[in-house]
Design a protein around this ligand. Structure first.
Ligand SMILES: NC(=O)C1=CN([C@@H]2O[C@H](COP(=O)(O)OP(=O)(O)OC[C@H]3O[C@@H](n4cnc5c(N)ncnc54)[C@H](O)[C@@H]3O)[C@@H](O)[C@H]2O)C=CC1
Ligand SMILES: O=C(CO)COP(=O)(O)O
Length: 353
Protein backbone atom coordinates (compact mmCIF):
# COMPACT_ATOMS: atom_id res chain seq x y z
CA UNK A 1 0.00 0.00 0.00
CA UNK A 2 1.41 3.47 -0.78
CA UNK A 3 2.68 5.46 2.22
CA UNK A 4 0.07 8.18 1.94
CA UNK A 5 -2.97 5.90 2.15
CA UNK A 6 -4.35 5.03 5.54
CA UNK A 7 -4.28 1.27 6.18
CA UNK A 8 -7.58 -0.42 7.01
CA UNK A 9 -7.21 -0.05 10.75
CA UNK A 10 -4.17 0.44 12.97
CA UNK A 11 -6.47 1.51 15.73
CA UNK A 12 -8.93 -0.67 17.60
CA UNK A 13 -12.44 0.80 17.71
CA UNK A 14 -12.19 2.47 21.09
CA UNK A 15 -8.95 4.02 22.36
CA UNK A 16 -8.02 5.83 25.53
CA UNK A 17 -6.69 9.25 24.64
CA UNK A 18 -5.66 12.29 26.66
CA UNK A 19 -6.12 15.94 25.76
CA UNK A 20 -3.97 18.35 27.81
CA UNK A 21 -5.32 21.91 27.94
CA UNK A 22 -8.90 22.98 28.57
CA UNK A 23 -9.07 26.00 26.23
CA UNK A 24 -10.83 26.39 22.88
CA UNK A 25 -8.76 23.98 20.85
CA UNK A 26 -8.37 21.33 23.54
CA UNK A 27 -12.15 21.37 23.86
CA UNK A 28 -12.63 21.10 20.08
CA UNK A 29 -10.31 18.11 19.78
CA UNK A 30 -11.77 16.45 22.89
CA UNK A 31 -15.19 16.79 21.26
CA UNK A 32 -14.11 15.15 17.98
CA UNK A 33 -12.39 12.32 19.85
CA UNK A 34 -15.39 11.80 22.15
CA UNK A 35 -17.80 11.70 19.23
CA UNK A 36 -15.52 9.21 17.48
CA UNK A 37 -16.14 6.82 20.38
CA UNK A 38 -12.88 7.21 22.29
CA UNK A 39 -12.49 7.65 26.05
CA UNK A 40 -11.08 11.17 26.44
CA UNK A 41 -9.08 11.95 29.59
CA UNK A 42 -9.36 15.73 29.42
CA UNK A 43 -6.81 17.50 31.64
CA UNK A 44 -7.01 21.11 32.76
CA UNK A 45 -5.70 23.00 35.79
CA UNK A 46 -8.92 24.47 37.07
CA UNK A 47 -10.92 22.28 39.46
CA UNK A 48 -14.06 24.41 38.93
CA UNK A 49 -13.88 23.91 35.17
CA UNK A 50 -13.45 20.14 35.63
CA UNK A 51 -16.48 20.02 37.90
CA UNK A 52 -18.52 22.09 35.47
CA UNK A 53 -17.67 19.84 32.50
CA UNK A 54 -18.33 16.73 34.59
CA UNK A 55 -21.78 17.90 35.64
CA UNK A 56 -22.99 19.94 32.63
CA UNK A 57 -20.75 18.59 29.81
CA UNK A 58 -20.12 22.22 28.85
CA UNK A 59 -16.84 24.20 28.97
CA UNK A 60 -18.64 27.50 29.59
CA UNK A 61 -15.68 29.88 29.45
CA UNK A 62 -14.40 28.71 26.06
CA UNK A 63 -17.35 26.99 24.32
CA UNK A 64 -20.51 28.07 26.13
CA UNK A 65 -22.99 26.67 23.58
CA UNK A 66 -21.36 23.31 23.02
CA UNK A 67 -22.32 20.06 24.73
CA UNK A 68 -19.50 17.51 24.81
CA UNK A 69 -20.84 14.13 23.72
CA UNK A 70 -19.36 10.72 24.43
CA UNK A 71 -16.97 9.56 27.13
CA UNK A 72 -15.37 12.85 28.20
CA UNK A 73 -13.47 12.44 31.49
CA UNK A 74 -12.33 15.84 32.77
CA UNK A 75 -9.59 15.80 35.41
CA UNK A 76 -6.97 17.93 37.14
CA UNK A 77 -4.79 14.83 37.54
CA UNK A 78 -2.36 14.99 34.62
CA UNK A 79 -0.47 11.83 35.59
CA UNK A 80 -3.66 9.79 35.64
CA UNK A 81 -4.79 11.23 32.28
CA UNK A 82 -1.47 10.44 30.56
CA UNK A 83 -1.04 7.04 32.18
CA UNK A 84 -4.54 6.04 31.07
CA UNK A 85 -3.94 7.09 27.44
CA UNK A 86 -2.52 5.42 24.34
CA UNK A 87 -2.20 8.77 22.58
CA UNK A 88 -1.78 12.23 24.13
CA UNK A 89 -2.78 15.51 22.41
CA UNK A 90 -1.26 18.70 23.84
CA UNK A 91 -3.16 22.00 23.45
CA UNK A 92 -1.20 24.17 25.86
CA UNK A 93 -0.12 27.67 24.69
CA UNK A 94 3.54 27.80 23.66
CA UNK A 95 4.51 29.91 26.68
CA UNK A 96 3.62 27.07 29.08
CA UNK A 97 4.16 24.04 26.83
CA UNK A 98 7.66 23.07 28.01
CA UNK A 99 6.95 23.54 31.69
CA UNK A 100 3.84 21.33 31.55
CA UNK A 101 5.71 18.57 29.68
CA UNK A 102 8.93 18.87 31.73
CA UNK A 103 7.18 18.91 35.11
CA UNK A 104 5.39 15.70 34.15
CA UNK A 105 7.97 14.02 31.91
CA UNK A 106 8.15 10.96 34.17
CA UNK A 107 4.51 10.00 33.61
CA UNK A 108 4.77 9.52 29.83
CA UNK A 109 5.16 5.92 28.71
CA UNK A 110 7.87 4.56 26.40
CA UNK A 111 6.78 4.86 22.73
CA UNK A 112 3.60 6.69 23.70
CA UNK A 113 2.32 8.89 20.86
CA UNK A 114 2.31 12.58 21.84
CA UNK A 115 0.88 15.10 19.37
CA UNK A 116 1.30 18.86 19.65
CA UNK A 117 -1.72 20.97 18.68
CA UNK A 118 0.06 24.20 19.59
CA UNK A 119 0.91 26.85 16.97
CA UNK A 120 3.70 28.81 18.55
CA UNK A 121 7.43 29.10 19.13
CA UNK A 122 9.31 28.99 22.43
CA UNK A 123 10.91 32.26 23.44
CA UNK A 124 14.26 30.81 24.51
CA UNK A 125 16.16 29.35 21.57
CA UNK A 126 13.40 29.55 18.94
CA UNK A 127 12.24 25.98 19.64
CA UNK A 128 9.13 24.47 18.08
CA UNK A 129 6.85 22.26 20.19
CA UNK A 130 8.01 19.04 18.48
CA UNK A 131 11.57 19.95 19.40
CA UNK A 132 10.50 20.47 23.01
CA UNK A 133 8.82 17.03 22.99
CA UNK A 134 11.99 15.48 21.61
CA UNK A 135 14.11 17.15 24.28
CA UNK A 136 11.82 16.52 27.26
CA UNK A 137 10.34 13.11 26.43
CA UNK A 138 12.61 11.48 23.83
CA UNK A 139 11.18 8.05 24.77
CA UNK A 140 7.87 9.03 23.14
CA UNK A 141 6.86 9.18 19.47
CA UNK A 142 5.82 12.67 18.48
CA UNK A 143 3.74 14.39 15.84
CA UNK A 144 2.19 17.78 15.17
CA UNK A 145 -1.28 18.65 13.99
CA UNK A 146 -1.79 21.88 12.07
CA UNK A 147 -4.11 23.29 9.43
CA UNK A 148 -7.11 25.59 8.90
CA UNK A 149 -8.81 24.54 12.12
CA UNK A 150 -10.87 27.28 13.72
CA UNK A 151 -12.06 25.67 16.94
CA UNK A 152 -15.43 27.44 16.85
CA UNK A 153 -16.28 25.76 13.54
CA UNK A 154 -15.04 22.28 14.45
CA UNK A 155 -17.25 22.16 17.56
CA UNK A 156 -20.24 22.83 15.30
CA UNK A 157 -19.18 19.94 13.05
CA UNK A 158 -18.45 22.27 10.16
CA UNK A 159 -16.44 20.53 7.44
CA UNK A 160 -12.72 20.77 8.22
CA UNK A 161 -9.38 19.29 7.14
CA UNK A 162 -6.09 19.20 8.97
CA UNK A 163 -2.56 17.79 8.66
CA UNK A 164 -0.77 15.30 10.88
CA UNK A 165 2.97 15.59 10.43
CA UNK A 166 5.24 12.88 11.82
CA UNK A 167 8.29 10.97 10.68
CA UNK A 168 6.85 7.70 11.95
CA UNK A 169 4.10 6.37 9.62
CA UNK A 170 2.38 4.61 12.54
CA UNK A 171 1.93 7.98 14.26
CA UNK A 172 0.37 9.46 11.13
CA UNK A 173 -1.97 6.51 10.60
CA UNK A 174 -3.01 6.36 14.24
CA UNK A 175 -3.93 10.05 14.35
CA UNK A 176 -5.81 9.80 11.05
CA UNK A 177 -7.84 6.93 12.46
CA UNK A 178 -8.50 8.59 15.82
CA UNK A 179 -9.64 11.96 14.51
CA UNK A 180 -11.02 11.32 11.03
CA UNK A 181 -14.81 11.40 10.69
CA UNK A 182 -17.47 12.69 8.34
CA UNK A 183 -16.75 16.33 9.17
CA UNK A 184 -13.01 16.13 9.94
CA UNK A 185 -10.37 14.90 7.46
CA UNK A 186 -6.76 14.31 8.42
CA UNK A 187 -4.09 14.52 5.70
CA UNK A 188 -0.51 13.37 6.27
CA UNK A 189 2.90 15.01 5.84
CA UNK A 190 6.45 14.05 6.87
CA UNK A 191 7.78 17.62 6.92
CA UNK A 192 7.26 18.12 10.65
CA UNK A 193 9.29 21.31 10.84
CA UNK A 194 7.51 22.89 7.83
CA UNK A 195 4.00 22.03 9.00
CA UNK A 196 4.69 23.27 12.49
CA UNK A 197 6.44 26.45 11.41
CA UNK A 198 3.63 27.21 8.94
CA UNK A 199 1.07 27.02 11.77
CA UNK A 200 3.08 29.39 13.93
CA UNK A 201 4.01 31.89 11.20
CA UNK A 202 0.55 32.32 9.74
CA UNK A 203 -0.60 33.90 13.01
CA UNK A 204 1.57 36.92 12.16
CA UNK A 205 -0.16 37.41 8.81
CA UNK A 206 -3.59 36.94 10.40
CA UNK A 207 -2.78 39.98 12.54
CA UNK A 208 -1.71 41.87 9.40
CA UNK A 209 -4.97 40.89 7.68
CA UNK A 210 -7.06 42.03 10.63
CA UNK A 211 -5.27 45.35 10.58
CA UNK A 212 -5.88 45.70 6.82
CA UNK A 213 -9.55 44.91 7.30
CA UNK A 214 -9.91 47.61 9.98
CA UNK A 215 -8.22 50.06 7.62
CA UNK A 216 -10.80 49.21 4.95
CA UNK A 217 -8.16 48.17 2.45
CA UNK A 218 -9.75 46.64 -0.65
CA UNK A 219 -9.83 43.05 -1.90
CA UNK A 220 -6.73 43.57 -4.07
CA UNK A 221 -4.78 44.70 -1.03
CA UNK A 222 -6.01 41.73 1.02
CA UNK A 223 -4.95 39.31 -1.71
CA UNK A 224 -1.56 41.03 -1.98
CA UNK A 225 -1.00 40.77 1.77
CA UNK A 226 -1.96 37.10 1.99
CA UNK A 227 0.15 36.14 -1.03
CA UNK A 228 3.18 38.18 -0.01
CA UNK A 229 2.75 36.78 3.49
CA UNK A 230 2.95 33.31 2.00
CA UNK A 231 6.09 34.28 0.05
CA UNK A 232 7.67 35.71 3.16
CA UNK A 233 6.83 32.86 5.51
CA UNK A 234 8.00 30.19 3.05
CA UNK A 235 11.25 32.09 2.36
CA UNK A 236 11.93 32.14 6.09
CA UNK A 237 10.93 28.53 6.75
CA UNK A 238 12.86 27.15 3.79
CA UNK A 239 15.99 28.92 5.02
CA UNK A 240 15.55 26.96 8.26
CA UNK A 241 15.12 23.61 6.51
CA UNK A 242 11.38 23.32 5.77
CA UNK A 243 10.13 21.93 2.45
CA UNK A 244 8.69 24.78 0.32
CA UNK A 245 5.90 22.52 -0.97
CA UNK A 246 4.45 22.22 2.53
CA UNK A 247 3.41 25.86 2.18
CA UNK A 248 1.17 24.89 -0.77
CA UNK A 249 -0.76 22.55 1.52
CA UNK A 250 -3.40 22.88 4.21
CA UNK A 251 -0.95 23.85 6.96
CA UNK A 252 0.45 26.65 4.78
CA UNK A 253 -1.85 28.38 2.35
CA UNK A 254 -4.89 26.61 3.86
CA UNK A 255 -4.41 28.03 7.33
CA UNK A 256 -3.48 31.45 5.93
CA UNK A 257 -6.79 31.63 4.07
CA UNK A 258 -8.82 30.58 7.12
CA UNK A 259 -7.21 33.00 9.55
CA UNK A 260 -6.51 35.96 7.25
CA UNK A 261 -10.12 36.13 6.05
CA UNK A 262 -12.08 35.57 9.23
CA UNK A 263 -12.78 37.44 12.42
CA UNK A 264 -13.18 34.00 14.03
CA UNK A 265 -9.36 34.03 14.23
CA UNK A 266 -8.15 35.57 17.49
CA UNK A 267 -4.98 36.81 15.79
CA UNK A 268 -7.10 38.52 13.13
CA UNK A 269 -9.18 40.12 15.89
CA UNK A 270 -6.10 41.49 17.66
CA UNK A 271 -4.94 43.03 14.36
CA UNK A 272 -8.39 44.47 13.75
CA UNK A 273 -8.47 46.08 17.20
CA UNK A 274 -5.04 47.67 16.67
CA UNK A 275 -6.22 48.82 13.22
CA UNK A 276 -9.06 50.70 14.89
CA UNK A 277 -6.65 52.53 17.19
CA UNK A 278 -6.35 50.27 20.24
CA UNK A 279 -3.01 49.61 21.90
CA UNK A 280 -1.70 46.05 21.63
CA UNK A 281 -2.00 45.38 25.39
CA UNK A 282 -5.59 46.57 25.40
CA UNK A 283 -6.44 44.43 22.34
CA UNK A 284 -4.85 41.32 23.87
CA UNK A 285 -6.54 41.91 27.23
CA UNK A 286 -9.96 42.28 25.60
CA UNK A 287 -9.49 39.06 23.65
CA UNK A 288 -9.09 37.00 26.84
CA UNK A 289 -7.68 34.04 24.88
CA UNK A 290 -4.27 33.27 23.45
CA UNK A 291 -3.16 35.03 20.23
CA UNK A 292 0.19 33.34 19.62
CA UNK A 293 1.10 35.69 16.75
CA UNK A 294 1.83 38.53 19.18
CA UNK A 295 4.79 36.60 20.61
CA UNK A 296 5.76 34.82 17.38
CA UNK A 297 6.14 38.19 15.67
CA UNK A 298 8.87 39.29 18.10
CA UNK A 299 10.78 36.02 17.79
CA UNK A 300 10.55 35.88 14.00
CA UNK A 301 11.65 39.47 13.60
CA UNK A 302 14.70 38.80 15.76
CA UNK A 303 15.51 35.51 14.05
CA UNK A 304 15.02 36.82 10.50
CA UNK A 305 17.38 39.69 11.20
CA UNK A 306 19.93 37.34 12.75
CA UNK A 307 19.93 35.03 9.71
CA UNK A 308 19.45 37.76 7.09
CA UNK A 309 16.02 36.83 5.70
CA UNK A 310 14.01 39.67 4.19
CA UNK A 311 10.58 39.88 5.90
CA UNK A 312 9.10 43.31 5.25
CA UNK A 313 5.62 42.47 6.57
CA UNK A 314 7.09 41.15 9.81
CA UNK A 315 9.21 44.26 10.16
CA UNK A 316 6.32 46.59 9.39
CA UNK A 317 3.92 44.86 11.78
CA UNK A 318 6.55 44.88 14.50
CA UNK A 319 6.98 48.63 14.10
CA UNK A 320 3.21 49.14 14.41
CA UNK A 321 2.64 46.81 17.37
CA UNK A 322 5.76 47.42 19.40
CA UNK A 323 7.09 50.84 18.37
CA UNK A 324 3.79 52.66 17.78
CA UNK A 325 4.69 53.44 14.16
CA UNK A 326 1.79 55.09 12.31
CA UNK A 327 0.03 52.50 10.12
CA UNK A 328 -0.08 54.81 7.07
CA UNK A 329 3.69 55.39 7.22
CA UNK A 330 4.39 51.65 7.35
CA UNK A 331 2.04 51.03 4.41
CA UNK A 332 3.69 53.81 2.40
CA UNK A 333 7.17 52.39 3.02
CA UNK A 334 6.04 48.90 2.04
CA UNK A 335 4.43 50.15 -1.18
CA UNK A 336 7.53 52.12 -2.15
CA UNK A 337 10.06 49.36 -1.52
CA UNK A 338 11.99 47.73 -4.41
CA UNK A 339 9.57 45.96 -6.81
CA UNK A 340 10.79 42.41 -6.75
CA UNK A 341 10.24 38.81 -7.94
CA UNK A 342 6.76 37.29 -7.62
CA UNK A 343 7.67 33.62 -7.03
CA UNK A 344 11.29 33.53 -6.02
CA UNK A 345 11.59 29.77 -6.46
CA UNK A 346 11.13 30.60 -10.20
CA UNK A 347 12.81 34.01 -10.47
CA UNK A 348 15.27 34.73 -7.64
CA UNK A 349 14.69 37.89 -5.68
CA UNK A 350 16.83 40.93 -6.48
CA UNK A 351 18.86 41.73 -3.39
CA UNK A 352 19.57 45.44 -2.98
CA UNK A 353 23.32 46.23 -3.02
N1 LIG B 1 -8.49 27.90 19.02
C1 LIG B 1 -8.19 27.52 17.79
O1 LIG B 1 -8.98 27.69 16.84
C2 LIG B 1 -6.90 26.83 17.55
C3 LIG B 1 -5.83 26.92 18.43
N2 LIG B 1 -4.66 26.29 18.16
C4 LIG B 1 -3.53 26.41 19.04
O2 LIG B 1 -3.80 25.70 20.25
C5 LIG B 1 -3.04 26.27 21.32
C6 LIG B 1 -3.97 26.47 22.49
O3 LIG B 1 -4.89 27.44 22.08
P1 LIG B 1 -6.40 27.56 22.56
O4 LIG B 1 -6.87 26.33 23.22
O5 LIG B 1 -7.16 28.06 21.43
O6 LIG B 1 -6.18 28.74 23.63
P2 LIG B 1 -7.19 29.30 24.72
O7 LIG B 1 -6.72 30.66 25.04
O8 LIG B 1 -8.58 29.10 24.26
O9 LIG B 1 -6.92 28.34 25.95
C7 LIG B 1 -5.66 28.14 26.50
C8 LIG B 1 -5.78 27.09 27.59
O10 LIG B 1 -4.48 26.77 28.06
C9 LIG B 1 -4.53 26.75 29.47
N3 LIG B 1 -3.21 27.04 30.04
C10 LIG B 1 -2.48 28.16 29.92
N4 LIG B 1 -1.34 28.01 30.63
C11 LIG B 1 -1.37 26.79 31.18
C12 LIG B 1 -0.50 26.06 32.04
N5 LIG B 1 0.65 26.58 32.48
N6 LIG B 1 -0.87 24.81 32.40
C13 LIG B 1 -2.02 24.31 32.00
N7 LIG B 1 -2.90 24.93 31.18
C14 LIG B 1 -2.56 26.16 30.79
C15 LIG B 1 -5.54 27.83 29.84
O11 LIG B 1 -6.00 27.65 31.16
C16 LIG B 1 -6.60 27.57 28.79
O12 LIG B 1 -7.44 26.52 29.20
C17 LIG B 1 -2.44 27.58 20.77
O13 LIG B 1 -1.08 27.38 20.46
C18 LIG B 1 -3.23 27.83 19.50
O14 LIG B 1 -2.47 28.51 18.53
C19 LIG B 1 -4.51 25.53 17.05
C20 LIG B 1 -5.54 25.40 16.15
C21 LIG B 1 -6.79 26.07 16.31
O1 LIG C 1 -4.93 28.42 14.14
C1 LIG C 1 -6.11 28.67 14.09
C2 LIG C 1 -7.00 28.17 13.04
O2 LIG C 1 -6.33 27.34 12.16
C3 LIG C 1 -6.69 29.52 15.13
O3 LIG C 1 -6.30 30.81 14.89
P1 LIG C 1 -6.37 31.89 16.04
O4 LIG C 1 -5.43 31.42 17.11
O5 LIG C 1 -5.95 33.16 15.38
O6 LIG C 1 -7.78 31.92 16.51
Amino acid sequence: MPENVTPESDVAKKQNVAVLGGGSFGTAMAKVLGENGHAVHFWMRDEGQVEEIRTTRINARYMPDIVLEGEILPTTDLAKAVESADVVFVAIPSKAFRSVIRDNSGVFKDDQIVVSLTKGIEQQGFKLMSEILLEEIPRCRSGVLSGPNLAGEIVNRELTATVIAAKDPAVRHTVQELLGCDYFRVYANVDVYGVELAGALKNIYAIVAGLASAQNLGENAKAMLITRGLAEMSRFAVSLGANPMTFMGLAGVGDLIATCTSSKSRNFRVGYAVGTGKKLDEAAEELGQVAEGIYTLKLVREKSEAIGIHMPLVRGLYEILYNDAPIEVVIKNLMNAVQNSDVEFILPRTVAQ
